[in-house]
Design a binder for this molecule. Sequence first.
Ligand code: PEP
Ligand code: MN
Length: 338
Amino acid sequence: MIVVMKPGCEETDVQHVVELVRQMGLKEHVIVGTDRTVVAAIGDKRNVDKGAIENAGMVDRIVPILAPYKVASKETQLEPSAVEIAPGAVIGGPGIGVIAGPCSVEDEGRLLEIAHAVKEAGAIGLRGGAFKPRTNPYSFQGLGETGLKYLAKARDATGLAVVTEIMSIDQVDMVAGYADVLQIGTRNMHNFNLLVAAGKTNKPILLKRGWSATLDEFLLAAEYIMNEGNRNVILCERGIRTHEEYVRNTLPLAVIPAVKRESHLPIIIDPSQGTGHAYMVPSMSLASIAAGADGLIVEVHNDPEHAMTDGAQSITPEAFARLMKDARNVAVAIGRSA
Ligand code: PEP
Ligand code: MN
């Protein structure tokens, strides 16, 4: 349920409600909005004395939360959430936030070169997997901690926020020591223990949609993270599995307005995994922005033909620079800043 406080309530009024909620065995999430403060009270309702809360000072009313996800729902927070991934670099604000870089971290020199190029073109984040979830156990699995060190160096050189994947709980602390944003990949969206571990960190989480997950399951995965106290979740649509063969995945852009209707969380699109083909990436990126996405995560490589992973869907730094120019024009056309 949501306890809506009256305008002008004091911190002590909110604290009193928090204590009542805790005494009833519920967990509280205080959300301070621009024109109202609410306390979302979540948990088993059996021992709840609604009257006691209703009669507390400065409580306006209590409303039930109907969606299965609570803290991720627009019912608890109307204003869109903006997630800061580096000082001054935001995803979910009036502008479009773009993360770009290679699928995998390969070597230091190449990573630096790509990082400088995407920064120059206007990216705010650098992507690159150091731990790679590969279908084939004999394929390149990523450089591990060495790759994280290269990413941290690239951040120091460019100021870009580092976005990289965690695949298991035992990687969380190590990766969090180097990265600015922890990515949870499509294969792990249902790994509830990993979601909880990510929720206990203070790093923003880029949560990719499972390739066969419904929207409700996607938002419930976000809820797992948020319920641990980490509200900095960025949703990412990366395509779903269908019968289609001309694309690696089918990229359902209708998820953007659907997420905007159900949740306050920002959503970005991964047109690289979402299509599997470099030639499709620019048009699907522009379509995503036109449809209201808060940003993109794009695979960029300076020698796609020889990339260790996902070369076929990686665009060159030159193509990325052109894409960024076009993306700015689309953003402005729909009333967002570039
Ligand atoms: C990736 O970003 O390279 C990746 C493996 O993503 P996904 O989890 O969406 O497949
Ligand atoms: Mn990839």
